[in-house]
Every structure is written in structure tokens, then in C-alpha cells.
Design a protein around this ligand. Structure first.
Ligand SMILES: Cc1ncc(COP(=O)(O)O)c(C=O)c1O
Length: 369
């Protein structure tokens, strides 16, 4: 058993029987993409499930970021976090904009609102924070700054599917939020994503932009892109929505077991849970303090591998250290001490709905010994 690999994640799959029945229906309908029946059904179902009014489906979680910036006609500089997946910053770059990195806070790993103001210049037009690991950003503080300086706020909520604060979704914060439904995410449509906005006019513009800018059969209103979700993935997503509550509950149990054991491990730090937040348990990051733990993060990561446990150094390296971005003034590590420390100490432990008690035990034993 010791050699059975424990992967960092495992995709949530819908019932094959149910999915096959729906595939038959798609075959009968002969409508494969372009706002088909299942696309419309999934938009409705997700809006209701997530507690949002306006949601547009996409082919992945990167194109909604790119499209959000286009929709709001963002120019100049965008303040963002280096402690994320590269797609966050790439979306800014793909729009010909300049990312400006601001450090994160140690309690959540998210943009530190107290550091945002000093990064604002006359060219700043937007803030793109990330609810990293599904930890909610300080949305009130960010909005206060955005309102004072007249900035747009676009949340990369790729990790925050159905995360709530005080029983309310966090996906209505700011002007827009994006989701990723990639196979590795808590909820997946294999590849997929969504863009959430706050009014019908904006949704209309988003829907034009994700369909080449077509506003009718012969009218193109903007240089749009093709990022429509097809019927097969939308149907898969509808089936998977039935499993999501059970999957999140299973993840919560894994998180509780990790917490129970690791709270006594000296040199292993975890985020504190906020009692006002309903989490989706998308990741379980730990931070290894080399001096206190007696072993470096990388050594523990290699030790995991020897025991066939596949953790992930997520997010390492920092986005600001990659070739395209490291020349930016805001990429200087002196500007980003907390993000740099976290990137050097983090390992995401295996976290998915299919982990058994024995799997969790193997991981925690490996950390303890
Ligand atoms: C924070 C973040 N933003 C954006 C993305 C991009 O999503 P996708 O892979 O669906 O394009 C991901 C994940 O992959 C992510 O983790």
C-alpha cells in the first residue's frame, strides 16, 4: 500500500450513466455549441447554486480574465498579486497592460490592502486580486481604495467556487469575478470557466466578446475572441453539479484531519480558518519553517516523492520571478517580502474528495517522521 501514489488532486467525475444519457440527447438535438440548450441550463443552474445573477460560461478560466479587462476597457497599469497561478498576470500582459505587483498578507496569502495605495500611479486603472486557495480577500478594504481612486476591481476567483463570507457568496465582490472549472479544481467541466458581472448590460457585452464580438448575424461590435463553452462540457458540468456538495464535504473532512494532526507539528504552519467563511477546501497549503522543522521545504517535498506522495509547491516560483516579468520595478523581491517567504515555504498537500483516512495518515506520518 505504501507505494500506491497519493496525488495532489483527483478530478470529480459525474455519473457516466447519466452523462451518457445526456450525450444521447445532444446527438438527437444536433446542436453542439453557440449558446445551446445545455449551455443555457448550466448558466441558470450555476447562477442559482452560486447565488449570483449574471454569469457567462467560458472555455477555461484564463479567457474570462482576459475578457474582463477588455469588457471594462482597462488601460495602463493593473495592481495584482505575484502569489498566484501565472494566468492571472498573463491576462494583464495579453491586454498590453502593465502588471504592478503588490505584496500579500500572511494571514490569507492575498493582496495586502495596506500596501495597495502606495503602488497607485496616474496610470493605474484597475486592481486584480486573487482569492488564493479560496481564502477571501479583504473585499471591503479593496473596494474602499478602488472607490477612492476610481479603479475597477476584477477578482480572479478561480479557487473560490461557492466560497461564502457571512453566508453570502464572495463572487459578487468588485466589478467582476472569474472562475476556473479546470479538471483540477473543486468543481470542473474538464476545461471551463466563467465570468460573473453585476448587470445585464455588462453580461451582454461579455457574451458578444466571447463570440468574436458578434452582436447579431451581421454586426460585429468589438474585436472579440472565441471562448464559448460547448454543449458536451456544459452537460458534463450540469451532471457534476449534483456531486459538488458531497465532494466539498469530503474535502472538509480531509482538511479537519490534517489540521488535527498538524497543529502539534513544530515548524509546520497552516492558515487559520475564519469562522465567518464557508470554505470549499480547494487546497491544503502548509508552510515549512526550515529552522523550526529541521528540514527545508524542498527536502520535505522530495521526501514526499520518495514515499509516492505527490505534493505541489503551489505557488512557487512567484510570478514576478519569471523572465517576462522580473524586469518590472515592482518585481524586486524587496517589494515582495511576504510573497517571497510564502513561495519558499509552501507545499500544497494532497487534497481531494477521494482521499481515505489511511492516505491522510500516510501524509501526516511522512511529515512527522
Ligand atoms: C488563480 C488562477 N487563475 C487562473 C487560472 C486559469 O484557469 P484555467 O486553467 O481554467 O485557464 C488558474 C488555474 O488553472 C488559477 O489557479
Amino acid at each position: 500500500m505504501e507505494n500506491k501514489p497519493i496525488t495532489v488532486t483527483s478530478p470529480l467525475l459525474p455519473s457516466l450513466e447519466e452523462f451518457t444519457t445526456i450525450l444521447q440527447d445532444i446527438w438527437n438535438r444536433k446542436w453542439l455549441t453557440n449558446n445551446g440548450f445545455y449551455h443555457q441550463e448550466l448558466e441558470k443552474a450555476l447562477a442559482e447554486y452560486l447565488g449570483v445573477e449574471f454569469i457567462s460560461l467560458f472555455t477555461n478560466g484564463t479567457l474570462p480574465l482576459i475578457t474582463a479587462l477588455q469588457t471594462m476597457r482597462i488601460t495602463g497599469e493593473v495592481i495584482t498579486t505575484p502569489y498566484s497561478f501565472v494566468a492571472t498576470t498573463h491576462s494583464i500582459w495579453w491586454n498590453g497592460l502593465t502588471p504592478v505587483f503588490v505584496d500579500v498578507d500572511s494571514a490569507t496569502g492575498n493582496l495586502d490592502p495596506t500596501k495597495i495605495e502606495q503602488a497607485i500611479t496616474p496610470k493605474t486603472t484597475a486592481i486584480m486580486p486573487v482569492h488564493v486557495y479560496g481564502n477571501p480577500c479583504d473585499t471591503a478594504a479593496i473596494q474602499e481604495i478602488a472607490d477612492r481612486y476610481g479603479l475597477a476591481v476584477i477578482y480572479d476567483a478561480a479557487h473560490a467556487f461557492n466560497v461564502k463570507q457571512n453566508n453570502k457568496t464572495i463572487l459578487n465582490a468588485g466589478d467582476m469575478s472569474t472562475l476556473s472549472f479546470h479538471a483540477t479544481k473543486t468543481y470542473n467541466t474538464i476545461e471551463g470557466g466563467a465570468l460573473i458581472c453585476q448587470d445585464a448590460r455588462t453580461k451582454k457585452r461579455i457574451d458578444y466578446l466571447k463570440n468574436f464580438g458578434f452582436a447579431g448575424e451581421t454586426t460585429v461590435v468589438a474585436p472579440g475572441i472565441n471562448s464559448k463553452m460547448d454543449e458536451v462540457r456544459a452537460a458534463y458540468g450540469l451532471c457534476n453539479l449534483k456531486n459538488i456538495n458531497a465532494a466539498i464535504e469530503a474535502r472538509q473532512k480531509v482538511a479537519m484531519k490534517y489540521r488535527e494532526v498538524l497543529k502539534n507539528s513544530s515548524g509546520i504552519k497552516m492558515f487559520k480558518e475564519n469562522p465567518n467563511v464557508t470554505y470549499n477546501y480547494s487546497y491544503f497549503p502548509i508552510f515549512v519553517d526550515e529552522k523550526e522543522y529541521g528540514m527545508s521545504r524542498d527536502a520535505l517535498y522530495e521526501k514526499f516523492k520518495q514515499h509516492n506522495i505527490l505534493g505541489r509547491r503551489y505557488f512557487y516560483p512567484l510570478i514576478s520571478t519569471f523572465g517576462v516579468y522580473r524586469g518590472l520595478p515592482s518585481s524586486n523581491p524587496v517589494n515582495l517580502p511576504m510573497a517571497t517567504k510564502m513561495a519558499n515555504e509552501v507545499i500544497c498537500l494532497p487534497m481531494h474528495h477521494g482521499l481515505s483516512d489511511e492516505d491522510v495518515q500516510r501524509v501526516t506520518d511522512c511529515i512527522a517522521k
